[in-house]
Design a protein around this ligand. Structure first.
Ligand code: IMP
Length: 416
């Protein structure tokens, strides 16, 4: 059996949560392969609101097994206090890779201190410690979830780490933890997580071998990918489809259908290039109508028009078989809907993402708007102009639109 995959094609917040939630009922296993609790989405099921950051969305399907793969960086605090507490008997349905790296208190403190020192050049991170945790992993000084099984030993290693890096911690104004308190904290994590820590590569491989249906849930978006995004204004992980291979221990031949998620317009949180950003009234209107405020940080999102150049590249890099076009209803009532179809760089028109997107100016094409698609769940009922917009996007990005979302509600979804 091949695993299906969901990936974001823009700068995150594309609405992956709704689609994974919609699809999760058909899968036996849902796996996260990258990122950490910088990701976030809220799902409402039967009037109850759930905030998910690290736990895969399959948790809302009582029959699905959920896997946090080795490519994820895991904050035990966030997982235990903010997420697991929302669910009963989660211990039986959630498994965590022993090879996933830990995000500990000091990672968040380093993240915040570094951002402060950068001043106006700050990346605008979520401040959760994601970058420093991945940096430790790559520098081979990180700590893995498997180490939680021996809290005393792990506390000793962390104290050593502080000793070796005291000069750096001084610059950031971070104190060395108290060893006893640290050991106690780690013992607490062990008590809560021990039963879930395992070799998840075997778990996923066995599931695929037994013809179970597996869904791979991406976090963030392609334009935030450490290699393919707008570096350095990116997150620190491989957010594209290939990240699932290293982040779970599956091979490229085991990935089946890839669904790329994109909003019908664009948003971005944090700093960095965003050529089709609209600084005027239309951008404000997208923000208000689309409730574009971060789930993790509450920050207002920057808003603008659909960037077909970035989306086309994202479709190719991820190998998308189809596009899920989200929040089409947010464009309801606009007289004209703009799409960025190329960039102007140094006076020349380019239809690919240049090395530096900072000075790229958008080249727009305008399409006639429509009155209302909100709440429509049949393709035939869409206004003709909305259908035209969808088919123009298909041509521009090079793949078909297979899913259209017309409101946050699960039922307001067109599946083609
Ligand atoms: P970090 O992942 O906290 O290091 O933040 C790096 C950049 O990625 C910042 O611009 C964040 O705003 C952005 N980012 C990280 N996670 C998400 C997400 O889930 N949605 C949208 N943007 C994100």
């Amino acid at each position: 059996m091949l695993a299906d995959q969901i990936v974001g094609l823009q700068w995150g917040d594309e609405g992956k949560g709704k689609i994974v939630d919609l699809m999760a009922k058909d899968y036996d296993m849902v796996c996260r392969f990258a990122g950490g609790h910088n990701a976030g989405h809220t799902v409402v099921v039967e009037g109850v609101k759930y905030a998910l950051h690290l736990i895969p969305s399959g948790v809302l399907n009582p029959n699905a097994i959920n896997v946090i793969g080795n490519g994820v960086v895991l904050s035990p605090d966030n997982l235990i206090d903010k997420e697991m507490s929302q669910f009963e008997n989660i211990e039986k349905r959630l498994f965590i890779s022993d090879k996933a790296h830990l995000v500990l208190d000091y990672h968040a403190l380093i993240d915040q201190a570094k951002e402060k020192l950068k001043g106006k050049n700050a990346i605008g991170t979520t401040g959760k410690g994601i970058g420093p945790a991945y940096a430790d992993k790559i520098s081979r000084v990180g700590h893995r979830v498997g180490e939680l099984l021996d809290p005393g030993k792990l506390a000793g290693k962390i104290m050593e780490y502080f000793e070796q890096n005291r000069a750096i911690f001084d610059v950031y104004g971070i104190d060395t933890p108290d060893r006893e308190a640290l050991t106690k904290q780690l013992q607490g994590y062990k008590a809560k997580l021990e039963g879930m820590i395992t070799n998840t590569t075997n778990l996923v491989q066995d599931a695929l071998g037994e013809n179970k249906r597996v869904l791979l849930e991406g976090a963030q978006g392609t334009m935030l990918d450490i290699d393919h995004g707008t570096y350095p204004y990116v997150t620190s992980s491989t957010t594209i489809s290939a990240g699932a291979c290293s982040g779970l221990g599956i091979n490229p031949k085991q990935i089946g259908k890839v669904t790329g998620i994109a909003k019908a317009y664009c948003t971005r949180v944090g700093n960095g290039p965003f050529p089709s950003e609209d600084f005027g009234k239309e951008g404000d209107r997208l923000r208000e109508k689309g409730h574009e405020f971060g789930t993790t940080t509450g920050r207002p999102r920057r808003c603008g028009w659909f960037d077909a150049v970035a989306a086309k590249e994202a479709v190719r890099v991820n190998g998308c078989d189809q596009l899920a076009l989200m929040k089409l209803d947010v464009l309801d009532g606009f007289e004209q809907v703009k799409v960025c179809v190329a960039y102007e760089v140094d006076g020349k028109r380019v239809d690919y993402i240049p090395y530096d997107l900072e000075d790229a100016k958008p080249v727009y094409e305008s399409f006639a708007g429509w009155e209302k698609v909100e709440g429509i769940s049949e393709y035939e009922q869409l206004p003709q102009n909305a259908k035209n917009y969808i088919s123009e996007l298909e041509k521009l990005v090079g793949t078909k639109v297979g899913i259209i979302s017309t409101s946050p509600d699960r039922k307001d979804t067109i599946v083609l």
